[in-house]
Design a protein around this ligand. Structure first.
Ligand code: UDP
Length: 241
């Protein structure tokens, strides 16, 4: 038959470290170009793509934990959310420079810089083939952009959540600390929670579990991994029921 496969709507979570060079902080334009080129190929294949940006390359709320007397934890987390907007702007222009139509939506209102996040508008952009970059996390302090990614996945009915990091999957323990750590090719949401594996925080896992959204954790630096995972190839780790 000639029936087309159903349209996929993927949410890609990019950690802040994908915006800088390994082991560094701040922004690296060549690194952002590498990510944008992968995104371009994914969109060219007809996939609808929303991107949630992390901010750890600039600032994480808990980085300022030692200064609680001076900068309140909530403020520090708002600073972290603003960091994700900086990454979002960088990715927005980089995508456009490659000819990829894109929009930036922020969970914190900033009219001069980004559209507000409006669920229906976000979906409309996706349907028109635009990449929607979602910045400022959830707009509320004390949670991570992983939770924001899971929440937005539910809201926009994503068929897949990809967590792109510098590790190539979920391990039984930290592979940098334990040489005997084994990588799972597949694992259930429940096992991730039970074993307290540091893939994503429990809130994020719960959201995906409740709506049965599979998560693929992969190393985006290995060329083509994002589009291969979307095409159904088994790489990294797949977290599902
Ligand atoms: N953040 C927040 N609320 C959110 C999402 C993020 O307060 O909904 C803050 C939090 O302080 C976090 C920072 O923004 O540390 C940057 O995000 P994250 O650490 O998740 O970035 P990543 O680890 O992906 O680089």
């Amino acid at each position: 038959s000639t029936s087309k496969p159903p349209i996929q709507r993927v949410l890609l979570k990019l950690s802040g470290e994908s915006f800088c060079q390994s082991g560094q902080s701040g922004l690296s334009v060549p690194e952002i170009v590498l990510i944008a080129e992968q995104i371009k190929r994914v969109v060219a294949s007809g996939v609808q793509l929303a991107v949630v940006c992390g901010g750890g390359n600039i600032l994480r709320g808990r980085d300022l934990d030692g200064f609680k007397q001076t900068i309140l934890p909530a403020t520090a987390h708002y600073m972290g959310m603003l960091a994700t907007v900086i990454n979002g702007l960088a990715l927005l222009d980089t995508l456009e420079s490659l000819g990829v139509p894109a929009r930036l939506q922020s969970a914190i209102r900033m009219e001069g810089v980004a559209e507000p996040f409006i669920r229906r508008r976000c979906i409309r952009h996706l349907e028109k083939g635009r990449v929607v970059i979602l910045a400022a996390g959830t707009g509320s302090p004390f949670v991570t952009t992983d939770t924001a990614a899971a929440l937005r996945s539910r809201e926009i009915d994503a068929t897949l959540l990809i967590k792109a990091t510098r590790v190539d999957g979920v391990y039984s323990s930290d592979p940098l600390k334990n040489p005997h750590a084994v990588k799972y090719s597949e694992i259930s949401y429940q096992d991730v929670l039970r074993q307290n594996l540091g893939v994503m925080d429990a809130q994020a896992i719960h959201h995906c579990m409740e709506q049965n959204i599979p998560i693929v954790v992969l190393n985006y630096q290995k060329s083509g991994t994002i589009e291969r995972a979307i095409a159904g190839e088994r790489l990294g780790t797949r977290v599902s029921t």
